[in-house]
Design a protein around this ligand. Structure first.
Ligand SMILES: *Cc1c(COP(=O)(O)O)cnc(C)c1O
Length: 363
C-alpha cells in the first residue's frame, strides 16, 4: 500500500491503520457517525488547541484547507470592517486573492518570502491604521517552510484590540500552541497535515462568542461556518451536507495515533529530529537550506539547487524510483526544491533518503 513515501506537506504519508479505518461505510445521519465520531473529533480538536477549552468550539468543513480559509474570511469580515493580511508567501497571498474575490475591504503588508513577518512593522502599521478590525496571517508559511513569530504577532494584534485569524494549516498538531493563551479568535487547519489524516475536510477552532457573531454574515451558503456550526451543535455532530465520512473516520484514528505518540510535543520532537537528520545529511552532500535556522520550521525544508543547471526533473524521478516523492520549489527569487518532514515518517526514513540522494548524485 506504500509504493513510495510522500515527503510533501499534505497529502502526506499516512499510517496503514489510518488507511484501514476507511474500510467501512458510515451513514452521515446516524448517531454512530455523528455522536460516535464527529463529536469526539470536535472535542478532541479543541482540547488539542488549548488547555482552557471553555470558550472555544470546533467546526468541521468539507473541502481542502483553502475552503476553510475562505469560509472564515467571508464569515468574519463584514462590509463595515477592514482586514489586514500579513503575507510572506503563497498562502498569505492566497488570503488576498480570497479577499479580492469576496470584495472585502483589506490591506496587505507583504514581506520577503525568505523573511519572517516582522512584528515591529505590524506594530507600526496598526498604530497608524485604527480602522483595521481583523488581522490574518499564516503561522508556518509552507511556501518556504518559514515559521512566523506567532506569539509576538498575536500579542501586538490583541494589544490593539483586533480580531485574530491564524492559518495554522501546516503547523497545528505538529507545533505546540494554545489559542486561548495567544488570544486567537479563529484558527484554521485541515485533515491532511500534521494530524496525519487523509485529505477531504478542514476545521476551524473558534472563540465561541466570535463565531456566534458570524450569524448571517456569509454570502456563501456552503462556506457559512456559522450555519455549519449551528447544525453540528444542534444535531450533535450532523453536517449540513454530505460529509466525507471515510475521511472523517480516518481522522479520528489519526487523532488517536497522535495521542498514542505522546501528543503534540512528542510529534513536534519527531518532526524536529526528521528535519535535523535531513539537513545534516543534505549539507554533508553539499546542499544548502534556503532559510536561516532561526526562522526554519520543522515542517518542510527548502533547499537551493546545488549548482546552476541542476536538473530537478531527473533528480525527482530518480528519488521517486528509490521510494521518495519530494516537492518542487514555489518561490521566484531562487531555484529551490522542498522536502516535507511531516506525516508518518521517521528519522530512519530520512537517513535512507539521504543515502538515496547520495546515490542519485553519484550516478
Ligand atoms: C496546505 C495549506 C493550505 C491549504 O491548501 P489546500 O491546497 O487548500 O489544502 C493553506 N495554508 C497553508 C499554510 C497550507 O500549508
Amino acid at each position: 500500500m506504500r509504493p513510495y513515501l510522500l515527503l510533501t506537506p499534505g497529502p502526506l504519508t499516512t499510517s496503514e491503520t489510518v488507511k484501514e479505518a476507511m474500510l467501512s461505510d458510515w451513514c452521515t445521519w446516524d448517531e454512530d457517525y455523528n455522536v460516535g465520531i464527529v463529536e469526539v473529533i470536535r472535542k478532541d480538536l479543541v482540547a488539542l488547541a488549548t488547555q482552557h477549552p471553555e470558550d472555544y468550539t470546533a467546526v468541521l468543513m468539507q473541502g481542502s484547507g483553502t475552503y476553510c480559509v475562505e469560509a472564515v474570511l467571508g464569515c468574519t469580515v463584514r462590509p463595515s470592517d477592514k482586514l489586514l493580511i500579513l503575507s510572506n508567501g503563497a498562502y498569505g497571498n492566497r488570503m488576498g486573492i480570497i479577499a479580492d474575490r469576496q470584495g472585502l475591504a483589506y490591506d496587505m503588508v507583504a514581506f520577503e518570502e525568505t523573511m519572517a513577518v516582522d512584528p515591529a512593522v505590524v506594530e507600526r502599521y496598526l498604530s497608524q491604521h485604527g480602522e483595521v478590525t481583523h488581522v490574518a496571517f499564516v503561522h508556518c508559511e509552507t511556501t518556504t517552510g518559514i515559521l512566523n513569530p506567532l506569539a509576538d504577532l498575536a500579542r501586538i494584534v490583541k494589544a490593539h484590540g483586533k480580531k485574530l485569524i491564524v492559518d495554522a494549516m501546516s503547523s497545528f498538531g505538529g507545533i505546540p500552541l494554545d489559542v486561548e493563551q495567544l488570544g486567537i479568535d479563529f484558527l484554521i487547519s485541515s485533515a491532511n497535515k500534521c494530524i496525519q489524516g487523509v485529505p477531504g475536510f478542514g476545521f476551524i477552532i473558534a472563540r465561541r462568542s466570535e463565531l456566534q457573531a458570524c450569524k448571517g454574515v456569509s454570502r456563501s451558503l456552503s462556506l457559512d461556518i456559522y450555519d455549519q456550526w449551528e447544525t453540528m451543535e444542534k444535531g450533535h455532530g450532523k453536517w449540513r451536507f454530505t460529509s466525507p465520512t471515510h475521511v472523517v473516520r480516518a481522522f479520528k484514528e489519526a487523532l488517536e495515533e497522535l495521542k498514542a505518540e505522546g501528543g503534540v510535543a512528542a510529534r513536534h520532537a519527531r518532526y524536529c529530529k526528521n528535519h535535523d537528520v535531513l539537513v545534516g545529511g543534505m549539507e554533508a552532500l553539499g546542499f544548502k537550506a534556503l532559510l536561516p535556522a532561526a526562522v526554519q520550521s520543522p515542517v518542510i525544508t527548502s533547499f537551493l539547487y546545488p549548482e546552476a543547471g541542476f536538473d530537478f526533473k531527473s533528480f525527482y524521478a530518480a528519488l521517486k524510483a528509490k521510494g521518495f516523492v519530494i516537492y518542487p520549489g514555489k518561490i521566484s527569487q531562487a531555484d529551490t526544491f522542498r522536502i516535507g518532514n511531516i506525516g508518518d515518517v521517521h528519522p530512519a526514513d530520512f537517513e535512507r533518503l539521504v543515502e538515496a540522494v547520495k546515490a542519485c548524485r553519484e550516478a
